[in-house]
Design a protein around this ligand. Structure first.
Ligand SMILES: [Zn+2]
Length: 194
């Protein structure tokens, strides 16, 4: 058994992190229900060999149904999610990267609880977000707890949390930063297979 994750960390844009807090906070306040959405961005590997994902956009899945302890996202949610993602990609000037965004994971909330990956959460990740660079993000409003979970050689272990940094620069600097920091093979070879 190892808790070594395939990824070394996550970088999430301020706007994506704030959007998730806003979606989850509102739902917790209004009805105490769980909410769910997709994470869009790009996996990267630096020249130093560090692997991670950049998350630049997060949405609130359309047509979702949830309760205080359960939430489901229909397959139809992907259509509007991609539309919103492309709009954000364009707005952030990321078209110039010459790379389309990818679904780099999913997020959901645990209203008035704490952050963990339940058995259902792990099953969900295994069936829908099982690539080694896809992450699961859990927030627990109204508290400050948040955590990213990533894959290890032993699957998704609830104790394998990923270091995460909220991008502190301006969104308008994302394009430059992605190009510089992610100076790696994904730009030339497409989706990584690690
Ligand atoms: Zn959960």
């Amino acid at each position: 058994m190892t808790d070594r994750t395939h990824l070394d960390g996550v970088i999430i844009s301020r706007s994506a992190a704030a959007a998730i807090d806003r979606f989850a906070g509102r739902a917790t306040k209004a009805s105490g229900t769980e909410v769910i959405g997709l994470l869009f961005g790009l996996p990267f590997e630096t020249v130093a060999g560090e692997r991670g994902v950049w998350i630049v956009h997060a949405d609130l899945a359309a047509g979702q149904t949830g309760s205080a302890i359960h939430v489901e996202m229909p397959a139809e949610a992907y259509g509007p999610a991609w539309a919103g993602c492309r709009e954000a990609w364009h707005r952030l000037g990321l078209d110039a990267l010459g790379r389309d965004p990818l679904v780099v994971g999913w997020w959901h909330s645990h209203p008035n609880m704490h952050v963990f990956m339940s058995g259902t959460d792990v099953d969900n990740a295994q069936t829908q977000f099982s690539l080694p660079w896809q992450v699961s993000y859990v927030v627990a409003p109204p508290g400050p707890q948040r955590a990213f979970f990533g894959w290890t050689d032993d699957g998704l272990r609830p104790d394998a949390r990923l270091p995460a940094h909220v991008w502190s620069g301006l969104d308008s600097e994302l394009q430059w930063h992605l190009r510089e920091q992610a100076a790696c093979r994904i730009w030339r070879e497409g989706v990584p297979t690690w």
